[in-house]
Design a protein around this ligand. Structure first.
Ligand code: ADP
Ligand code: MG
Length: 311
C-alpha cells in the first residue's frame, strides 16, 4: 500500500511547453519520483531544469501532458480539491498584494482554504515565522526576507501535511538562509513532509535527506543524501616521484595509477587518512618531492552527472 509510505508520487510525468507555437521545450520527460512521507526531499538542478514546472503541476498551476501524480496516495486527476488541502506551496516569486498586511493575507488565505474562523492560527503562524511584530504592516514595507517568511506563513494556514518550497532561499542572505533552514527542519521534525527545489548544492547538502538531481527535464540520479555523499567521499592525491618509479603493492587497494613520474592514489576520505598512504610510500622507500590532493564534493558529482547527461 504505497500511499502510506509516500507523500508525493509521480509516474511518467511529461510536460512540453510550446514557445510561440513553434519551438517545443520539453520541461519534464518521463519524470518518476517518490517522496517518502516525513522526509526533507530536495530537487536539485540548474536553472531551466524543470523544477518549477514539477512544483507548479503539483499545485495545479501548470497542466501536465501525461503521467500520473498522487498526493498522499490520492490521484490528483481524481480529486484535485482533496490534494490541494494536503499541500502548502511556497512559490519562487515574491509576489504578493502590497496593500495587504500579513495578518490580512493569512486570514484571506485561510478563507480560500475554507478554514473555519475558530480553527485559524494566523497569529501563531506569524509568531513562528518571526513576523508577529509586523502583522499590521503593509506587505510592501516588508524586507525581502520578511516577504519570504510571509509566503511560508501563507502556505501553512491550512495545516498541510506537505510543504513545498520552490527555491526558498534564492537571493536570500546567509543569516536568513540559516534561519529558514532551521525553520524548515523544525516543521519537518513535527511531522511535515518537505519538498524543496534548489540550485544550491550547499542547501541540498544541509537540509535534505533525499536528493533528486535533475537536468533538462530528466532525472539524473535519485538517492539518499548519505549515498550521494558516499559517492563523493572520494579523494585523490598525486605524488611527483623523485626516482624509484613503481607502485608499492600495499597501495593496490587504492587503485593507484602511475603516469611517468606522477603517482595518483584514490581513496575514500572517510576510511583512509592521507598519512596512511604517505606511510606506505615511506616504508617502501618511494620518495616524492611534490604532493597535491583533489577532493571531489557534491559540486563535482553534480557537474559530472550533468556533463554526462548533456552528451
Ligand atoms: P527550473 O525551475 O528548474 O529553473 P522551469 O521548470 O522553470 O525550470 O523551466 C523548465 C524549462 O521550461 C525551461 O527551459 C523554461 O524556459 C521552460 N518554461 C518554463 N515555463 C514556461 C512557459 N510558461 N512557457 C514556455 N516555456 C517555459
Ligand atoms: Mg524554478
Amino acid at each position: 500500500m504505497s500511499h502510506f509510505n509516500y507523500s508525493i508520487e509521480s509516474y511518467n510525468l511529461n510536460k512540453t511547453y510550446n514557445k510561440n507555437n513553434k519551438i517545443e521545450i520539453k520541461a519534464l520527460i518521463d519524470f518518476n519520483l517518490k517522496i517518502p512521507k516525513g522526509s526533507i526531499y530536495g530537487l536539485l538542478g540548474p536553472n531551466g531544469a524543470g523544477k518549477s514546472t514539477f512544483i507548479n503541476i503539483l499545485g495545479g498551476l501548470v497542466k501536465k501532458d501525461s503521467g500520473k501524480i498522487k498526493i498522499c496516495g490520492v490521484d490528483i486527476d481524481k480529486s484535485i480539491k482533496e490534494c490541494k488541502k494536503k499541500i502548502g506551496i511556497v512559490p519562487q516569486e515574491l509576489n504578493m498584494d502590497p496593500f495587504f498586511t500579513p495578518i490580512e493575507l493569512l486570514e484571506l488565505q485561510a478563507g480560500l482554504y475554507g478554514v473555519k474562523k475558530k480553527n485559524r492560527k494566523s497569529e501563531e503562524i506569524l509568531k513562528n515565522v518571526g513576523l508577529l511584530d509586523q502583522k499590521n504592516a503593509y506587505a510592501r514595507t516588508l524586507s525581502g526576507g520578511m516577504r519570504r517568511r510571509l509566503l511560508v506563513a501563507k502556505a501553512l494556514v491550512h495545516n498541510p501535511e506537505i510543504i513545498i518550497l520552490d527555491e526558498p532561499t534564492a537571493g536570500v542572505d546567509v543569516e536568513l538562509r540559516k534561519n529558514l533552514w532551521n525553520y524548515i527542519k523544525n516543521l519537518n521534525s513535527m511531522g511535515t513532509t518537505i519538498c524543496l527545489t534548489t540550485h544550491y548544492l550547499e542547501e541540498a547538502e544541509n537540509l535534505c535527506d533525499h536528493i533528486t538531481i535533475i537536468n533538462n527535464g530528466k532525472i539524473i540520479r535519485s538517492d539518499t543524501k548519505k549515498n550521494l555523499l558516499n559517492l563523493i567521499g572520494k579523494k585523490t592525491v598525486s605524488f611527483i616521484l623523485e626516482d624509484n618509479f613503481q607502485i608499492p603493492s600495499a597501495l593496490n587497494k587504492f587503485n593507484p595509477e602511475l603516469v611517468d613520474n606522477k603517482l595518483l592514489v584514490n581513496y575514500d576520505k572517510k576510511m583512509t587518512q592521507l598519512k596512511e598512504i604517505i606511510q606506505i610510500l615511506n616504508n617502501n622507500k618511494v620518495n616524492f618531492n611534490e604532493i597535491n590532493t583533489y577532493e571531489s564534493d557534491l559540486e563535482d558529482v553534480f557537474i559530472n552527472l550533468i556533463k554526462n547527461n548533456d552528451k
